[in-house]
Design a protein around this ligand. Structure first.
Ligand SMILES: *[C@@H]1O[C@H](CO)[C@@H](O)[C@H](O)[C@H]1NC(C)=O
Ligand SMILES: *[C@@H]1O[C@H](CO)[C@@H](O)[C@H](O)[C@H]1NC(C)=O
Ligand SMILES: *[C@@H]1O[C@H](CO)[C@@H](O)[C@H](O)[C@H]1NC(C)=O
Ligand SMILES: *[C@@H]1O[C@H](CO)[C@@H](O)[C@H](O)[C@H]1NC(C)=O
Ligand SMILES: *[C@@H]1O[C@H](CO)[C@@H](O)[C@H](O)[C@H]1NC(C)=O
Length: 627
């Protein structure tokens, strides 16, 4: 068949299709597309205009049934829907986006899929295409993208598709239903005092940063959005198999400037760069952009959550025809996971990774499929591409990780793994434990931070908790097992010097810099055997260029200059209670124990003023004896 003939046939199909008609812009009559320098995509509920060369949505209209003014309001006035990539090309940092050379229209009576394909690979050396998909009579459109390896020397630090809307009408945001309210205005931000990068102090002393609007992929960031009095625009993440860094990765959601973000890949919280190798490709999304109307933010947010549960039933979306997505040929993995013979009382995460992936936290190139077990330990990991996988399981309250290799997934069928019994890591008898193994420091005490305009923030999400460390813990934590309370007496992070923070920031709380080393204490009684070995296990939830030294009754048992993996995940300064997790086990002779014991933690070596940002964040500490 000649090329000419194919083109003629396609042309004919286009004309024949009832939905192939040109849009009578903002008439909201039917599903239609008009191809020009500005592409118009429209259906009964919404209408959008896309600048084809830059692949930017320049106008978005919603056929509101509640507020007729909305119908004639460009919801993106003064903003747009656009892609931004922060990449490395042969080691040079470049900020770029697509330079669209080709747009492909795929359509039938029910759906239109527009593909925008980057042409200028000298600027952005990757095959990149993104798609906007609209179904008939739906107030939601979908976004997804396909990236494919093009050449060596390309790395990516941030890959984001963003919507920048207008303060009028989008005055509000919701991260998770609770962190929701009025967005700080441009005027307030512009007249605020900068106290850290992207961190603003207002005249009333409250501090706002966009990192107060992060959420973790592990559960909550499936629906977030920007809202007006009678209009909502919510981003729905139906599944997150594409997330760099696995299910515990934290990403930005919305922030000042009326931003709504789809983070395909980010380096926030220690996630390594994406460095594609030959043969690599990845589909990010689809995500849904859902427009609705209602009488209140909470009504619209609740409606968006309902819409998400409808979307879950459609995954994997049949409209994505790219072979990489494999919508039709996926399988599932199910089973029962017990810990020491019975279902775990707290959450259990099951993650399927490629066989070579040792640590989902550090993986950026491949898909990871995850599920949470129910109360009976039963789990189903749905919509997995056929292949051989490694199962990795982590669970709250359980030390370590369960691994099972050679999980074989075939298309269109379930692979039942039966009952898996995970024997918990044990080093004998538990003497004591501080905190709960869950890769999170939130159960410990946080010094008071600055108030924030964002409501319902956990203390660790507030700015400057570290600045009041020396006020809250002037002599560092001194914890007595059986007497002290982790929520009051153990700080969620351990700085290397007494007054963490820059001197100018410390001035905000009238603290003078003191660069002496910290010295934390745990006191415990012991009356058992002094034969055999004791084991100290440390769970570290995050860190910034720090190590640790442990001393028992005056005898050094551990000196670790740094932890392996990313050195600075910045969780503390980015208002999170966790980032890159590490576990450290120390074995020492039980003969070092006596009736009353003093365990001390200090920095691993000398400290100076330069250590003002060095710290570790705690997950848990556990002491066991072998007999
Ligand atoms: C591609 O981008 C580079 C860098 O921005 C520019 O110099 C070049 O002219 C562009 N090439 C084409 C074909 O547009
Ligand atoms: C469009 O969907 C709405 C429900 O959202 C329904 O009431 C209406 O009848 C539908 N219109 C068409 C033309 O299918
Ligand atoms: C530890 O022993 C001391 C006496 O040696 C005693 O006063 C204290 O109550 C004991 N602490 C605990 C938690 O049992
Ligand atoms: C810091 O000290 C100054 C002068 O003594 C005082 O006016 C201010 O209220 C203090 N600020 C704080 C946060 O304690
Ligand atoms: C205690 O630890 C030492 C050093 O790791 C090891 O050589 C020894 O076998 C251990 N003893 C017991 C009883 O586990």
């Amino acid at each position: 068949m000649s090329t000419k003939f194919v083109i003629a046939t396609l042309g004919l199909l286009l004309v024949r299709s009832s939905s192939g008609q040109q849009c009578n812009t903002r008439s909201f009559q039917r599903l239609c597309v008009t191809d020009g320098n500005n592409v118009v995509l429209e259906n009964e509920r919404l209408s959008m205009t896309i600048n084809k060369a830059r692949g930017q949505i320049s106008a978005l209209y919603y056929n509101s049934r509640v507020d007729t003014n909305i119908r004639s309001t460009n919801l993106l006035r003064g903003g747009s829907g656009y892609y931004i990539a922060v990449i490395g090309v042969d080691g040079n940092r470049v900020i770029t986006g697509p330079d669209v050379g080709e747009m492909k229209i795929t359509q039938n009576d029910d759906i239109i899929d527009l593909a925008f394909i980057n042409k200028n690979t000298s600027n952005w050396p990757i095959h990149f295409e993104f798609h906007l998909v609209l179904e008939k009579n739906s107030s939601m459109f979908y976004y997804y993208s396909i990236h494919k390896y093009q050449r060596e020397g390309y790395t990516a630090g941030q890959l984001r598709w963003a919507i920048r809307a207008n303060e009028d009408p989008f005055k509000y945001y919701s991260v998770d239903g609770k962190r929701a309210g009025p967005m700080p205005t441009a005027q307030a931000i512009n007249s605020a005092q900068s106290v850290q990068d992207a961190t603003y102090m207002f005249p009333d002393g409250s501090v706002y940063t966009k990192y107060q609007q992060i959420s973790a992929n592990e559960d909550i960031n499936t629906v977030f959005g920007i809202y007006g009095d009678r209009i909502g625009l919510s981003l729905l993440q139906t599944h997150k198999e594409w997330v760099s860094g696995g299910p515990f990765k934290q990403s930005l959601t919305t922030h000042h400037g009326q931003m709504l973000l789809f983070c395909e890949h980010t380096g926030h919280y220690g996630t390594p760069e994406l460095a594609p190798t030959e043969g690599w490709s990845k589909v990010y999304g689809p995500i849904g952009l859902y427009l609705n109307d209602g009488q209140s933010l909470s009504e619209m947010y609740t409606d968006a959550q309902r819409q998400l549960s409808d979307e879950e039933k459609k995954w994997p979306y049949k409209f994505v025809t790219a072979p990489e997505y494999n919508a039709q040929g996926r399988g599932s993995v199910s089973g029962v996971l017990n810990v020491d013979g019975s279902p775990n009382k707290e959450w259990v995460y099951l993650i399927l990774t490629e066989p070579h992936v040792d640590d989902p936290q550090l993986e950026t190139a491949t898909y990871m499929y995850s599920a949470i077990a129910d109360q009976n330990g039963q789990f189903t990991i749905p919509a997995v591409r056929p292949g051989t996988y490694k199962l990795q399981v982590i669970a709250k309250g359980v030390v370590g990780k369960y691994i099972q290799n050679n999980i074989n997934v075939q298309g269109n069928r379930n692979n039942n793994l039966g009952t898996i019994n995970w024997r918990q890591e044990s080093h004998g008898k538990l003497l004591w434990q501080i905190g709960v193994p869950d890769r999170n420091s939130a159960e410990f005490k946080s010094p008071r931070g600055f108030p924030s305009p964002i409501p319902n923030l956990e203390e660790y999400r507030k700015f400057g908790t570290w600045l009041r460390y020396s006020i809250e813990f002037p002599n560092d934590p001194d914890y007595t097992v059986g007497v002290s309370d982790p929520a009051k007496d153990w700080c969620y992070f351990m700085p290397m010097i007494k007054t963490p923070g820059f001197p100018a920031q410390l001035g905000l709380v009238n603290v003078t810099q003191n660069a002496r080393a910290t010295n934390w204490k745990v006191r415990f009684n012991y009356t058992g055997s002094t034969q055999g070995n004791a084991t100290l296990t440390l769970g570290i939830a995050a860190r910034v260029r720090a190590g640790i030294r442990a001393v028992i009754n005056g005898q050094e048992i551990l000196k670790l200059d740094s932890f392996d993996g990313p050195q600075a995940d910045s969780a503390l300064f980015r208002h999170a209670a966790h980032a890159i997790f590490r576990q450290q086990t120390v074995t020492f002779s039980q003969s070092l124990l006596s009736d009353n014991n003093l365990l001390e933690f200090t920095p691993p070596g000398p400290v100076s003023r330069n250590h003002l940002d060095r710290m570790i964040m705690w997950d848990f500490l556990r002491m066991e004896v072998s007999n």
